[in-house]
Write a protein that binds this ligand. Sequence first.
Ligand SMILES: O=C([O-])CC(=O)C(=O)O
Ligand SMILES: [Mg+2]
Length: 211
Amino acid sequence: MTTVASQDFDSAAFLRLGTATLYEASKLNCFLPPRIRPVWAGAAVVGRALPVTTGPADNLPLHIALELARPGDVLVVDGRQEACGYWGEVLSAAAAARGVLGLVIDGGVRDTDQLRERGFPVFSSSVAVRTTVKDDAGTVGDPITLGGVPVARGDLVVADADGVVVIPRLSADAVLAAGLAREAAEAGYLSRIAEGELTLDIYGFRPAGTD
Ligand SMILES: O=C([O-])CC(=O)C(=O)O
Ligand SMILES: [Mg+2]
């Protein structure tokens, strides 16, 4: 797995736990729409959210975001589900030069072979080459809601093969602790499975009278 991680929290632990365990452990509405998928196999990232909204098929806000971003940020973009090339190799190179760790966008991206070759993690709802306009500055840094999930600047973004979660900044420590506890419990379940036990018994799901 190719991974890019920032430094001001235990990024390795968040990446190891992964989005599914973090989501389940969090008990939060923190999973972005499942249409948002990694554009290359093995992409994964953890960082601080920089929320962005765009006009329809307008990527001017993404250029603006690269000026306002701080190292360790991940752009989280409401691109209105437009299937167009909001982002590609050039913007990935520009982002990496600014210390931006990745892109999550409810919209399209292009140059996906080059994104993989550069190891720049991108998660998008489509891959599309259609061109963009540069008319509307949109918003950069203001809180957004993406697929019903609130995203504020500085929230923790974790993205991997299963999708993307956005954890409120002040909940990150508690979610990490809950995730580690879930990981430990699952390690116990896996040991019992290896010894031949059934999940019906491990989880206590067996209906009365069927053992
Ligand atoms: O041209 C654009 O704005 C998007 C793109 O393909 C790139 O960043 O390489
Ligand atoms: Mg390009």
